[in-house]
Design a protein around this ligand. Structure first.
Ligand SMILES: [Zn+2]
Length: 79
């Protein structure tokens, strides 16, 4: 389920425009993200294990079923 290096290279924090690095999400945050996105994905079972952390502001953007969600509203302050 690892994110592709080519994709990682083009992704950036929407606030800082800095690079992001994969980090594991805590169990609590995995559950939070799964619950939040389940409705949007029409009840489909989602895989949430990692996020992408900005090297500058340290916000963490969740990866939902291999799709990086690079939205400020969905970001955590830390992993
Ligand atoms: Zn940032």
């Amino acid at each position: 389920m690892a994110i592709q290096p080519q994709l990682l290279e083009i992704l950036a924090c929407p606030i800082c425009k800095e690079e992001v690095r994969p980090v594991p999400l805590s169990e609590a945050k995995r559950v939070t993200v799964r619950d939040k996105f389940r409705d949007k994905m029409r009840g489909e079972e989602l895989v949430v294990e990692e996020g992408l952390q900005c090297v500058k502001c340290h916000r963490v953007y969740p990866i939902v079923s291999d799709i990086p969600v690079m939205l400020v509203d969905e970001a955590f302050e830390e992993a």
